[in-house]
Design a protein around this ligand. Structure first.
Ligand SMILES: [Zn+2]
Length: 107
């Protein structure tokens, strides 16, 4: 049976230092469960996001950024499409006018 390794834990309330199994702080960072100071009995927990939660939030933020970027591009694309339609419409009119002028000149 492997020997348990212990690490130091400090009570933020009374400053008492005590030893806990090595895996203990990691588990509490994962589940954010409260444990209690053996000296003053006040609850201790890790409110900060653990690695997995941080990564999940980062992924979520990136996904939102990507979505915004896609939305922006699709708006820009439809604006561009509209612009092209307007311009080709004008070009069509110009072509018609040129043709008409050419016809008149030929008479
Ligand atoms: Zn304490």
């Amino acid at each position: 049976m492997p020997e348990l390794e212990y690490v130091q834990e400090n009570c933020p309330k009374c400053g008492f230092t005590f030893m806990v199994p090595e895996a203990f702080p990691e588990q509490r960072r994962k589940d954010h469960k409260t444990f209690y100071c053996p000296s003053c009995g006040s609850g201790i927990w890790y409110p900060a996001d653990n690695e997995e939660e941080r990564l999940r939030k980062q992924v979520e933020a990136l996904r939102k950024t990507a979505q915004r970027e896609r939305d922006r591009n699709s708006i820009m694309f439809s604006n561009l499409e509209h612009e092209v339609r307007v311009r080709t419409g004008h070009q069509g009119q110009v072509a018609k006018l040129k043709k008409r002028i050419a016809e008149l000149e030929a008479q």
